[in-house]
Design a protein around this ligand. Structure first.
Ligand SMILES: Nc1ncnc2c1ncn2[C@@H]1O[C@H](COP(=O)(O)OP(=O)(O)O)[C@@H](O)[C@H]1O
Ligand SMILES: [Mg+2]
Length: 416
């Protein structure tokens, strides 16, 4: 073996032997279905109530439920968790209920949707060449012959409705309207971004679905914190992520704290922050890893460079002071008083006369309005009320450099 081979060998061996911070990276993937869903208990209960007849008086009617909510509010996962657990429980009671989940983005025609249903039910007939009607009849026949019931989720239904037209939607919605089957075995969950996809339907069906609508609200930062904590416990080894990092992501994404309440985005940030820490060979995820992840998942840093391009000089110096303090302290927030002190120091070093307190406060508010920083008044528990300032994107070292360059240009100094 040559010397070169030995070093290569060593590098690979070291890499393979390096402990990972991930206990289960896959469990953060968007398609992963977790054991439970914090903060979706009520919705799961509503679903259970809606499909209760399947184990009490099966076949008495065909239930149709509509789930709506913005992206990342847990529509897909709530339906899947419900389907998985409901069918398991029913099985224990001796009922054969199948859960079928069809994504209408992937299956864009009625034929594809119906074929997918047949496939997931395990129908052993060749579907090729069969018409929609023939496949559907085969499905209904299969359920009848085997004494099976099914809950079918049509995910991204708004998309389906918008491209296939009302006739095709009716085909599914009115399954039992003129069928000879007395026992109604097919039940539906329609998932849609909002209720507008119902426009296609007749008023009776529309009002029926509106009454059977479960609306998933965007998550608040506290809810996201619980979700992140729960998912992080599965994904990472102990002590890899601390509360601060999770709170930081939760506040960035929480609907009550200026985010969109999107759990998918929050989990993606956690995943990317974990990967960044792992790539650096670190055993912990820091706020800086989280900031870097946020930057990777959003275009905010690009957006703000436009926003600050025309900021007055002293506003930029205030921003620079905030960035430097956040970096130095490693904390999620800094107090406005500390920012002002830092601002005075920076002004001095640049040979500039600092602006007054009220003016500094106004700069902070402007930066907030432009979406460059977050600022809020400290709540109870803090001695005296103060304004807390944070920045949810990053990395801060790049941001600091960016702002320094702008200031140098403004002062007519060529930065090194
Ligand atoms: N309450 C929750 N608890 C745990 N994970 C959740 C919860 N809600 C959403 N998630 C996760 O967030 C991501 C987005 O959820 P998803 O169901 O795909 O949202 P939607 O279908 O509304 O766009 C998925 O990875 C999902 O597992
Ligand atoms: Mg979805």
């Amino acid at each position: 073996m040559s010397e070169r081979d030995i070093t290569t060998w060593k590098i690979i061996e070291e890499e393979l032997g390096r402990p990972s911070i991930f206990r289960s990276r896959e469990s953060l993937a968007p398609e992963y279905v977790p054991d439970t869903l914090p903060h979706r208990e009520d919705e799961l209960r509503q679903l259970a109530a809606a499909f209760k007849h399947l184990v009490i008086n099966p076949g008495s009617f065909s239930q149709r439920i509509l789930i709506t909510g913005k992206v990342g509010t847990g529509k897909t996962v709530t339906a899947r968790v419900f389907g998985r657990d409901f069918t398991r429980l029913a099985r224990r009671k001796g009922f054969d209920i199948r859960y079928i989940h069809v994504n209408c983005h992937r299956n864009r025609t009625l034929h594809n949707v119906v074929s997918e249903m047949a496939k997931q039910l395990g129908l052993s007939i060749p579907l090729r060449g069969l018409s929609v009607k023939e496949i559907y009849d085969a499905i209904l026949g299969f359920l009848e012959d085997n004494d099976v019931y099914a809950i079918v989720t049509l995910d991204e239904f708004h998309y389906f409705a918008s491209i296939v037209g009302s006739d095709n939607v009716y085909f599914l919605v009115r399954t039992y309207d003129d069928s000879h089957y007395a026992v109604k075995r097919l039940n539906f969950i329609f998932i849609s971004l909002d209720a507008s996809s119902l426009n296609l339907l007749d008023p009776v069906t529309e009002s029926y679905l509106l009454r059977n609508m479960i609306v998933l609200k965007p998550y608040t930062s506290r809810q996201l914190y619980d979700i992140l904590k729960y998912r992080a416990k599965h994904a990472f080894y102990e002590n890899v992520v601390d509360e601060d990092a999770l709170k930081f992501i939760a506040e960035y994404e929480g609907v009550d704290t200026g985010g969109s309440g999107n759990a998918r985005h929050a989990l993606e940030i956690l995943m990317l922050a974990g990967e960044a820490a792992e790539n650096e060979g670190r055993g912990r995820i820091t706020l800086e890893h989280v900031r870097a992840a946020i930057m990777k998942t959003s275009r905010e840093i690009i957006d703000i460079s436009d926003a600050i391009l025309y900021s007055p000089l002293h506003e930029l110096i205030v921003l620079l002071s905030i960035v430097r303090l956040l970096r130095r302290t490693g904390k999620p927030y800094v107090k406005i008083g500390d920012v002002e002190r830092e601002y005075n120091i920076v002004c001095e070093s640049l040979g500039l006369q600092p602006r007054r307190h009220t003016q500094v406060y106004e700069y902070v508010m402007n930066l907030k309005k432009a979406g460059i920083i977050n600022a809020r008044t400290s709540g109870k528990g803090q001695r005296g009320r103060t304004t807390l300032i944070s920045i949810h994107y990053g990395p801060l070292d790049l941001l600091e450099k960016h702002v320094e360059d702008l200031i140098s240009r403004r002062l007519g100094v060529v930065s090194p």
